[in-house]
Design a protein around this ligand. Structure first.
Ligand SMILES: C[S@@+](CC[C@H](N)C(=O)[O-])C[C@H]1O[C@@H](n2cnc3c(N)ncnc32)[C@H](O)[C@@H]1O
Length: 237
């Protein structure tokens, strides 16, 4: 189903014409309807949330595979909350914390936890991950789909992607700022056999492997269904 067909499900007559006009002027369909589907779950969105992508469903699959039934999950840069919420929805005794710097994204993520019935097991923090707001708390999995696009590439993005918050996309000069900081500064927040699970850009496999090696981790990267390396799992050696 294309985006216009999706708009037709939500709007009729004059409202539909207005919605199509907005879409043709560059507003993504997800922002016009205010919700999107991810991993078969419903997510409410505002324009401060990255629109959840199919690629990120591979990250959820990996976390579901690795997290024990009553494990503790930390989702850094949670946005709409999609990774943490869809994971906890399927791990009924697991719990976690989700962090994002954007107050409006955290607002949406809290609503998404409620509508997906995981709100009792997921805490939210509106904070800058570079301030290390978790102290010494330990987690079995630290998952993140952080901003990872090199700053110089932001201008080349599709017009619809440019409507998404720049703060959700800009990963610094080589796109690696968040990963480098997370591995260096959050490694002591992992339990003994804990794992980092990261979504990475299709061309960042070598760089994430270098980062992992530098801090004493082995790194296994899994491809998405199109054959691009997109999910990195880091384990302390
Ligand atoms: C690529 S989006 C991912 C959102 C969501 N996890 C997903 O997979 O759809 C990155 C998120 O990082 C957040 N972010 C950017 N800089 C941050 C920082 N310094 N501390 C915490 N969150 C940050 C943005 O607000 C955005 O929600």
């Amino acid at each position: 189903m294309n985006d216009i067909d999706i708009l037709k499900l939500y709007f009729k007559d004059e409202e539909l014409q207005k919605a199509i006009k907005k879409y043709e002027n560059g507003t993504p369909a997800a922002y016009i309807i205010g919700e999107w589907e991810f991993f078969g779950d419903r997510y409410l969105l505002n324009e401060d949330c990255l629109i959840p992508r199919c690629d990120t469903e591979r990250v959820v699959e990996k976390v579901l595979d690795k997290l024990s039934d009553d494990g503790r999950l930390l989702d850094l840069c949670t946005g709409s909350g999609c990774i943490a919420v869809s994971t906890l929805k399927r791990k009924l005794n697991a719990s976690g914390v989700a962090v994002d710097i954007s107050p409006k994204a955290i607002e949406a993520a809290k609503e998404n936890a409620i509508i997906n019935c995981v709100n009792g097991r997921l805490d939210f923090l509106c904070a800058d991950i570079f301030d290390k707001p978790l102290g010494r708390e330990r987690f079995d999995i630290i998952v993140s789909n952080p901003p990872y696009i090199p700053t110089k590439d932001l201008e080349t993005l599709d017009e619809y992607v440019k409507k998404e918050p720049a703060i959700a996309l800009d990963g610094g000069a080589d796109g690696m700022d968040f990963y480098n900081f997370l591995v260096m500064e959050y490694k002591d927040n992992l339990t003994e056999n804990g794992l980092f699970v990261f979504e990475i850009g299709y061309d960042q496999q070598e760089k994430i492997q270098e980062t992992a090696k530098r801090y004493g981790f082995e790194c296994v990267v899994t491809n998405d269904y199109s054959g691009n390396p997109r999910v990195a799992v880091l384990k302390k050696i």
